[in-house]
Design a protein around this ligand. Structure first.
Ligand code: PEP
Ligand code: MG
Length: 576
């Protein structure tokens, strides 16, 4: 019988498919003991499944790029480490060899043991690692099942399926999207989680907070996921299917219409010009930025160069990546951000940092770079050399106070002198900008503007620091909201101060590419948006419908809001 489940839209769109339930706690494994003569074969199967799981994670890392690769890589790193954990591996072997457990049963047993260990820990972070254990072990179990049964292998291909889960890890989301998954219905979670952001950039409809999904929906039920309306229709009727087909036709038409906007200038309805820049990380982002008519690259994240291999990238490796970026943009300006790693990821890049209790508040971004002047200088030299091939700006992440910018400038000056002595061609003066993502930097922006040539506001981090709310923590979605008045006032202040100092200000956090926030950002005075290139045409299209003068005139009203709900209501009232 037709039934409707409601939830919150995390990524828009519609999809029709079979339900596939994911309940990591429900492992279906064969618990009959192995015969003595089956042990070696079982061990081989187990090791093969472990290797398949490792391989899947490696492939996943290779496929990921764009705005969220860094976040997802963090999970992949944690999961890869677990898969190589000697204690886990030894325990599994012993269970099979000595206990005569079948591989699946051994995995389940180890999962239960580790889960109990993590659950007993006082530290909430370590306690939450239980989820990682669950996710890793289910990955190995599903690799094992794929080996054993063709039927299961067919099921494991997610073509035509809609995933029904409590939550989904970003790494799994990226993986499943690559194997034909159509959409996600999560019974908990928030639209601001990493997975939700990832779903939007993968164009995968997603509903979160669909409370009864796991108890109401069964495997293979037909589901119409309607994330346009925030509902999942179980056993849809002919009428529902007609609605879906109409939506499909409209979506295709809309895609064709948007494609025609690739080469038109970006203007608001009242003719104000806006610059649209791309956030880029990998070559495909650069190609997409060009094909969709970006005015340049507003944020080039360099971390992937440091995380994709063991050890630090050499000056030449970095030079080639930066030069290709500059050449790829064909004379349009590119903004290269210097390394933004923290203690949570530095080790992976070959930098040794003491583990920190609170890496988000620790030695990250420019703080880390200044602690490793030799590593930083290698990057600076590579940037300077690449800047001979086209217009380059340099962006410094996690700036808190002016002395950090002064120190970076000094390192650039020294690197120039060094390169000059080596008779290397040097570019003209490079613009040096500060990311505004630490509240102190926003509040004291005047002092920074004395040393910065431009600003780029990183709202992903600024929101998390202003609101003291980790954006990945689903329990805080009522707090981590970009419309929080405190954040709006800070954004407005930074943009106004940039204008007063006659220096460009762009915004490169997720909201820069989210059409739900385009009107707000225009109202606050922003005229340079930087976003994942997949969003460029959507934002250009949205801007053409907005009246900038009217929005600017209403900014004081928006800024007087007392709550994010009030700001939201006002905004929709103004935009109509
Ligand atoms: C931000 O913090 O908004 C930002 C763009 O930087 P990242 O997402 O790379 O931390
Ligand atoms: Mg940031």
């Amino acid at each position: 019988m037709r039934q409707i489940l409601t939830g919150t839209t995390a990524a828009r769109g519609m999809a029709l498919g079979r339900a596939r339930l994911v309940q990591p706690s429900r492992y279906l494994v064969d618990t009959r003991p192995l015969g003595e003569d089956e042990v070696e074969e079982a061990l081989a199967k187990l090791h093969h499944a472990l290797e398949t799981a490792r391989q899947e994670l490696r492939e996943l890392r290779g496929k990921l790029h764009g705005a969220l690769a860094r976040e997802v890589n963090e999970f992949i790193d944690a999961h890869s480490l677990l898969l190589d954990d000697p204690e886990l591996l030894r325990g599994l072997d012993d269970l099979v060899r000595i206990g005569h457990y079948r591989p699946g049963a051994a995995l389940k047993k180890q999962r239960d043991r580790l889960a109990a260990v993590f659950e007993a820990m006082d530290d909430p972070y370590l306690r939450s690692r239980k989820e990682d254990v669950d996710q890793v072990i289910s990955r190995v179990i599903s690799a094992l099942q794929r080996q054993t049964s063709r039927e299961e292998r067919k099921l494991a291909a997610r073509v035509g399926e809609i995933l029904i889960a409590d939550t989904i890890a970003p790494a799994d989301m990226a993986h499943l999207a690559g194997s034909g998954l159509l959409g996600v219905v999560a019974s908990s979670g928030s639209p601001y989680s990493h997975s939700a952001i990832l779903a939007r950039s993968l164009d995968l409809p997603m509903l979160v907070g669909a409370r009864d999904a796991l108890s109401t929906i069964h495997d293979d039920d037909l589901i119409l996921l309607d994330a346009e309306r925030g509902e999942a229709v179980l056993h849809p009727t002919a009428q529902d299917l007609a609605r879906y087909r109409a939506w499909q036709r409209e979506a295709a038409q809309e895609g064709r219409r948007l494609a025609t906007l690739a080469n038109v200038p970006t203007r608001t309805r009242d003719g104000a010009e806006v610059r649209l820049l791309a956030n880029a990380e990998m070559p495909p982002d650069i190609a997409m930025a060009r094909s969709r008519g970006a005015d340049g690259v507003g944020l080039y994240r360099t971390e992937f160069l440091f995380l994709r291999q063991k050890g630090l990238p050499t000056e030449d490796e970095q030079f080639i990546a930066y030069r290709d970026l500059v050449l790829g943009m064909g004379g349009l300006p590119v903004t290269i951000r210097t390394l933004d790693l923290g203690a949570d990821k530095a080790d992976a890049a070959g930098l040794v940092l003491r583990g920190e209790d609170n890496p988000a508040l620790g030695v990250r971004g420019v703080r880390l770079s200044l602690r490793y002047p030799a590593v930083f200088t290698t990057q600076i030299r590579a940037i300077l050399r690449a800047a001979c091939y086209g217009p380059v700006r340099v962006l410094v992440p996690m700036v808190t106070q002016p002395d950090e910018l002064i120190a970076v400038r000094t390192l650039f000056k020294l690197a120039r002198q060094e390169l000059k002595r080596e008779n290397v061609d040097l570019p003209e003066k490079l613009a040096l900008g500060a990311m505004i993502e630490v509240p102190a930097a926003a509040i004291n922006v005047r002092a920074l503007l004395e040393h910065a040539d431009f600003l780029a506001i990183g709202t992903n981090d600024l929101a998390q620091y202003v609101l003291a709310a980790d954006r990945g923590n689903d329990a805080l979605d009522n707090i981590y909201n970009p419309l929080q008045p405190a954040l709006l006032r800070l954004l407005s202040y930074v943009i106004a101060e940039g204008r007063r100092a006659k220096k460009p200000v762009s915004l490169c956090g997720e909201i820069g590419g989210d059409v739900n926030f385009t009107a707000l950002l225009l109202a606050l005075g922003l005229n340079e948006f930087s976003m994942h290139p997949s969003q460029l045409l959507h934002v250009r299209d949205r801007l053409a419908t907005l009246d900038r003068a009217n929005l600017r005139a209403n900014a004081p009203r928006i800024l007087r809001s007392r709550t994010h709900e009030e700001a939201e209501a006002l905004l929709s009232d103004i935009v109509g």
